[in-house]
Design a protein around this ligand. Structure first.
Ligand code: B12
Ligand code: SF4
Length: 474
């Protein structure tokens, strides 16, 4: 059967990584004997996306989207429904998983896949071929009923590698290949395991991938990396695992397995999941950067977020990462409910103290299905409809009002982000690379970025990111 899969993007140039989840689904469909077309793009910018899908003559079309791309998915689904009235339309991904009933009732989909999609998609395709109803399939929700919950895939080694070749891996390997702030190119994204046992109140991760951690064998991971190195000339990678160091023994074994490949890499972790010997083993295996979700410098807010980490642990973790010869990335959340001006000052002080090599400030966003969303659902009438306002980096202010007015929080975010601009972008190693890159960009954004950087609260980082996006998309 012919199946078209679209990852609905916000702005294609932002696309530093291919949509791994959808590519896992495509690989499973191919194994089941289907022919797949995969598109990763912003339907509002990509001219001819609907025509491209229609020309493929698919019997089944799957869309993957997040809360912030919901409005683009809605428009695309409507256009596809009109052009392909016979095709079965299926939704999957973080937003559809969190709000399957809303997705079915408000958008023209025939079915929603809740959680992991490899097996569910293959079973849907089989049912469509045989003319069987979809609503009995585990993990599937339709307007007429829902199947039982589907358990996450127990053996990740049994999955085929993501079908990156269907999309063309090359555009994603162009500079600035992101190990955040470490300017490079030919950086692929890879997933070593799925699931996160922690319960941070603002996080939606567990809904798709569950709380039980499942890990690939180090040999299976190494085989994928060797393939990427051989076939695509990949020189580095970013682990998109929620907490790469959660299982210390696995991390050490994986480091041992991939060390001979000589790849550079970055990963995400937590302040309570790193230690000196582990970090040194990671560095020996090619690690250059560890990104940590710090979130706040206020012990009270960290507690409210159920982060399970105290500011003193954060300081120790960053000192240990730096002492191990690694770069460190830090992300923070501003505008969390109840945040006072003193909390913001504590966050600013912690950000300054830990001297991360890459720092980013997000705004608190109650993504559907998170504890934050459940706690504040009563205020939802004041929130914008799903769509691009749910981007927690560029939204105008936090959605949940607190002691500090939303405009003041947004202004703090801009000031703090700008304060970290130089460390984020203008590091010694990066300068020649950045100059080469900036030489290929039009002069206007370069001048704008410099002008913004010189102003307190200027948006130099947004200018640089937008320029990179345009350049990559061109
Ligand atoms: C890596 C990552 C990124 C990367 C790369 C994204 C990419 N292109 O792959 C970067 C850093 C760019 C990124 C950016 C953002 N991200 Co992000 N990201 C992740 C992360 C950590 C892993 C994604 C991943 O690869 N998962 C592994 C795969 C296997 O899982 P999956 O994608 O969910 O796919 C499976 C199922 O969902 C399902 N499925 C998915 N699509 C489809 C489609 C069909 C048809 C079917 C049948 C099934 C199906 O099957 C897949 C295989 O089992 C997730 C958290 C997480 N653990 O998932 C957050 C997450 C997806 N991101 C999130 C957010 C909010 C963002 C940003 C808005 C943050 C920001 N403001 O910058 C941006 C938006 C990006 C954009 N332009 O769209 C939220 C989404 C919440 C929501 N409700 O929308 C998540 C859940 C984290 C969180 N905060 O809780 N992200
Ligand atoms: S924020 Fe990170 S550590 Fe916390 S629950 Fe989400 S993925 Fe796990």
């Amino acid at each position: 059967m012919r199946i078209a899969l679209v990852n609905v993007q916000y702005h294609e140039g932002n696309n530093v990584f291919p949509p791994l989840g959808l590519l896992y689904v495509a690989a499973a469909l191919q194994r089941a004997g289907h022919q797949c077309l995969v598109i990763d793009g912003d339907p509002r910018r990509r001219v001819g996306m609907v025509e491209q899908v229609v020309a493929f003559r698919p019997a089944l079309v799957g869309l993957s989207f997040l809360t912030m791309t919901w409005d683009r998915a809605r428009d695309l689904a409507r256009a596809l429904r009109a052009s392909l009235p016979e095709a079965v339309l299926v939704a999957g991904g973080a937003h559809a998983t969190a709000d399957p009933d809303g997705t079915i009732s408000r958008l023209p989909f025939d079915a929603v896949v809740v959680g992991e999609g490899e097996e569910a998609a293959a079973e849907i395709a089989g049912a469509v071929e045989d003319g069987r109803p979809l609503h009995e399939i585990p993990g599937v929700v339709t307007a007429t009923g829902r199947g039982p919950a589907r358990l996450p895939a127990p053996d990740l080694d049994a999955l085929d590698f993501p079908a990156r070749d269907l999309l063309g891996h090359e555009p994603y390997l162009r500079p600035p290949g992101l190990i955040r702030g470490w300017a490079s190119s030919r950086i692929a994204s890879v997933l070593g395991g799925r699931g996160c046992p922690f319960k941070c109140s603002y996080c939606a991760s567990h809904q798709q991938l569950g709380r039980r951690v499942r890990l690939r064998s180090p040999g299976n991971v190494r085989a994928e990396l060797s393939l990427l190195q051989r076939r695509d000339g990949v020189r580095g990678l970013y682990w998109v695992d929620d907490v790469f160091t959660h299982d210390r023994d696995w991390t050490l074994a994986t480091c041992e397995a991939i060390r001979p490949l000589g790849l550079h890499w970055g990963c995400q972790s937590r302040a309570d999941a790193v230690d000196g010997p582990l970090l040194r083993a990671m560095k020996a295996a090619g690690c250059v950067q560890v990104d940590v979700g710090v979130e706040s410098g206020s012990p009270r807010l960290l507690k409210a977020m159920h982060k399970g980490v105290k500011p003193a642990q954060v300081v120790e973790a960053f000192d240990t990462i730096h002492a191990s010869g690694l770069r460190a990335g830090a992300s923070f959340i501003l505008g969390y409910p109840g945040e006072t001006e003193d909390d913001i000052l504590a966050t600013a002080a912690l950000a300054a103290r830990i001297r991360a090599d890459w720092t980013v400030f997000f705004l608190a966003t109650p993504y559907p299905g998170t504890e934050l969303w459940r706690r504040h659902e009563g205020e939802a009438a004041a929130w914008p409809d799903w769509g691009e306002s749910w981007n927690n980096r560029v939204s105008p202010g936090p959605m949940i009002a607190g002691p500090v007015p939303p405009e003041a929080v947004a202004s703090w975010r801009a000031r703090l982000q700008n304060r970290h601009f130089r460390r984020n972008y203008l590091r010694a190693r990066n300068v020649p690379f950045m100059l080469r890159l900036l030489g290929t960009l039009p002069r206007r954004p370069v001048r704008e970025a410099v002008a913004n950087w010189l102003v307190d609260g200027g948006r130099a980082d947004s200018v640089v990111e937008a320029a990179f996006s345009e350049w990559r998309a061109a």
